[in-house]
Design a protein around this ligand. Structure first.
Ligand SMILES: NC(=O)c1ccc[n+]([C@@H]2O[C@H](COP(=O)([O-])OP(=O)(O)OC[C@H]3O[C@@H](n4cnc5c(N)ncnc54)[C@H](O)[C@@H]3O)[C@@H](O)[C@H]2O)c1
Length: 380
């Protein structure tokens, strides 16, 4: 059967622009979908860069003003891969124009802005999704399935870390194209919105709502040169954040994120301890899930390392790839995300996580930042 074309306008040709473009290119080679994405237009700030990106990835055209993408009648899907402070205005305009929207995380700068985005997409009735791609790593999805099957029993602890080390030098500037993440105006927050948002999304998905948080945040380097103004200015972001929380199901959580953990580049790990079993996952070994089952015969009991590559149907997504034993990686989480998005749209179902679901993560981030300032417990 001929596939239905789905015309894509992608805004932002940076890191995420590449992961998303790769997913559009690959998705129909591995998944049988009703829709065929067509790369119509790539948009970014610098004309020559946008042109070169279009040539490299096969976009039909390029633009430097995102309004021009939204104004195009032939665009079905607007994909937002720009810094956080641009998400809301682009998403709200795209919703008003009746476009489907795929938006990078975090949803917004804060929950107040996120609520307006939710209102806009729900009023327009357009399919919407926020790119919490780690949900689509097969081992992470398998962990969710094992929890939903009740194998862990009552859950006591949820523990997650996301550790990096790239801002330890005081010479790293803030602002501009390469270092917008250090500028509070562009990023909204530091590690909380950038890294912990991923951990929080996965935790809410696997373990349900968080009700209360108590956070400690720190900005180790108080002033940095701003590449836009050329001046040394105060740093407004959280460089590190640790928080404790209570989940609605009675379990407790602790989360830590920093860009000052020398030696760690993108160490996202989580561990979940239940009455019957425990699960552990590590982004640096992303195709493995560590599993401990107390029901095992005691002389053989221990942590198992499950290589999540079974193509027979037991391991999520893996029947779309190679043969058992051969692993996939980071880029494929975006292919899975897109396949799920397009599959949901074809089936007339809401894609997940929607803007509304991502707003829950944003509310936790807001509560964490508020608690970090006051030093008190904050209700989400
Ligand atoms: N899902 C993930 O794991 C993940 C990973 C990295 C980044 N992100 C998110 O993706 C988004 C983009 O991050 P990135 O790392 O790709 O950034 P980047 O700095 O690599 O790229 C940003 C792009 O946005 C474009 N841009 C900036 N302002 C614009 C404007 N006003 N109009 C049009 N284009 C504009 C720039 O030209 C550039 O191409 C952020 O929201 C970030 O939080 C998500």
């Amino acid at each position: 059967m001929a596939k239905k074309p789905l015309n894509v306008g992608l805004i932002g040709y940076g890191f995420m622009g590449r992961t998303h473009s790769n997913a559009y290119r690959k998705v129909n080679h591995f998944f049988d979908l009703e829709y065929q994405p067509v790369l119509k237009v790539i948009c970014g700030l610098v004309d020559a860069e946008a042109r070169a990106f279009a040539a490299k990835w096969g976009y039909e055209s390029h633009a430097t003003d995102w309004h021009a993408v939204i104004d195009r009648k032939d665009i079905d899907l607007v994909d937002i891969c720009v810094p956080n402070n641009r998400h809301a205005e682009i998403a709200i305009a795209a919703a008003k124009a009746g476009k489907m929207i795929l938006c990078e995380k975090p949803l917004a700068l804060n929950a107040a802005q996120g609520r307006k985005m939710v209102e806009a997409v729900e009023k327009a009735g357009v399919p919407n999704l926020v790119s919490f791609n780690y949900r689509r790593v097969p081992a992470v999805t398998l962990a969710k399935n094992l929890i939903d099957e009740g194998r862990l029993g009552k859950i006591f602890h949820y523990r997650a870390n996301f550790l990096q080390d790239w801002t330890i030098s005081a010479d790293v500037p803030q602002g501009g194209m390469a270092t917008w993440r250090l500028d509070i105006k562009a990023a909204g927050s530091g590690v909380t919105g950038d890294l912990l948002a991923h951990c929080i999304d996965t935790a809410l998905w696997q373990n349900g709502p968080i009700t209360d948080v108590n956070a400690l945040t720190e900005t180790f380097i108080k002033e940095r040169k701003n590449v836009e103004t050329g001046k040394v200015e105060p740093v407004g972001i959280d460089d590190a954040c640790t928080f404790f929380c209570r989940f609605k199901n009675g379990s407790i959580g602790n989360f830590e994120s920093t860009r000052y953990a020398r030696g760690h580049k993108a160490l996202y790990t989580f561990e979940i301890n239940g009455e019957n079993a425990s699960i552990r996952w590590d982004l640096h070994d992303l195709h493995r899930l560590q599993w401990f089952d107390h029901k095992d015969e005691s002389k053989l009991r221990g942590w198992r390392s499950i290589h999540v590559t079974d193509a027979g149907g037991d391991h999520p997504y893996m029947n779309h790839w190679w043969v058992p034993g051969l692993q996939i990686g980071y880029a494929e989480s975006f292919v899975h995300q897109l396949a799920d998005f397009l599959g949901a749209v074809a089936a007339g179902k809401p894609p997940s996580p929607s803007f509304r679901e991502a707003l829950e993560t944003q509310k936790v981030c807001d509560a964490v930042l508020k608690s970090g300032k006051s030093g008190r417990w904050v209700k989400v």
